[in-house]
Write a protein that binds this ligand. Sequence first.
Ligand code: EPU
Length: 416
Amino acid sequence: MDKLQIVGGKRLNGDITISGAKNAALPILCAGLLTAGDLELTNVPRLHDVKTILRILAETGLKVDHDDERVTLNGSGIDKLEASYELVKTMRASILVLGPLLARFGEAKVSLPGGCAIGSRPVDQHIKGLQALGAEISIEGGYIYAKCKKLKGARIHTDMITVTGTENLLMAATLAEGETVLENAAREPEVTDLANLLVKMGAKIDGIGTDRLVIQGVPELHGAKHAVISDRIEAATFLCAVAATGGDINITNTRTDIFDVALDKLRELGLDMVVGANSIRATMNARPRPVSFRTTEYPGFPTDMQAQFMAVNTIASGTSRVTETIFENRFMHVQEMNRLGASIQTEGNTAFIKGVERLVGAPVMATDLRASASLVIAAMAAEGTTVIDRIYHLDRGYDRMEAKLSAVGADVVRIK
Ligand code: EPU
């Protein structure tokens, strides 16, 4: 298993290009199941999760042509309406094939995703929504079996805001008969990017970017070309990195209009930023100030940035308080940061962080994607050497992170 060895204390200086967003690319690739036409996608990030979803899609008979950041899909030969446990168990987003397969072919068999490190993450809302659209669904032997003659539009109000739930139901509704209204829809920019692609494919969707999506079903969708939106979480992760190490970086190929409160919080902790339309120049020359926040759905503070901001808070000039409201177990990085000398205590879903003067390198273990990124940040700010084990989590969702960091002066080496 690969590890990352990081020698801390190096300031970051230079340019970093941001890749396409993982959480937009995954649903968008699944949209290839909705049409017999060609879907030509660019700005697709080079990630392990992208490879996994492409394997799942290829198993259905979807033709996949993958060349670096370009992917072309053709869905004219799909003949297996199934996603197997072997692949689904490695990535929960695989559930995104359920809505499209069912809507286009009237049938799907998809493994029920298991638990995961950050929480139980059930998919009951996906199932409830598809049932409201007329699907018959049963669960047997760990598989979801879904069937319908033709999905029929309905009004669906999910019990909570769910990102992939909204995406699954949105994709299904594009081919349902009549009107579907999705109330309490997720407003994340990645949902909007999927909706924009579906419109290019011929879908009729109103309310894009709001919590009420109104979809008029159409008989079929056609091929389209689309560039995946830039990854706001990747961009904010690098901004946290420079806030922790000090330095001067310029991030490019970003979309600064879709940043949530993360940019305000970065300013609050002392990062000096010049924000252009597609770039951010960020300078940090002082010890970070502590920032407190609660994670919520977009446009609130993203749960996917909680761990990285906590890493900065560990060396801030005071105390802070971080509350996680989206996932019930997303503090696995806390014990690892404490191994580096941080002073963090948790009480339920709140962490109390007392900033320390310095962190000191130690062996630590990555537990999930964003926890891995937060440990990379903490290690770069620490004195001495840190070795991060189980770094495969990082490869799932960050496009060549260590190469991008090395290019701006970090001392990061992968140990095979
Ligand atoms: N939930 C249910 N039932 C459902 C669906 C969700 O109880 O049917 C609960 C979840 O357990 C959770 C909350 O609702 O407590 C929100 O979960 P959501 O469905 O929004 O999460 P997701 O769609 O599974 C996506 C991202 C996550 C990101 C969350 C929240 C993708 C592929 N994944 O997950 O990304 O944290 O939304 O913004 O889009 C990551 O990139 O590291 C990551 C985990």
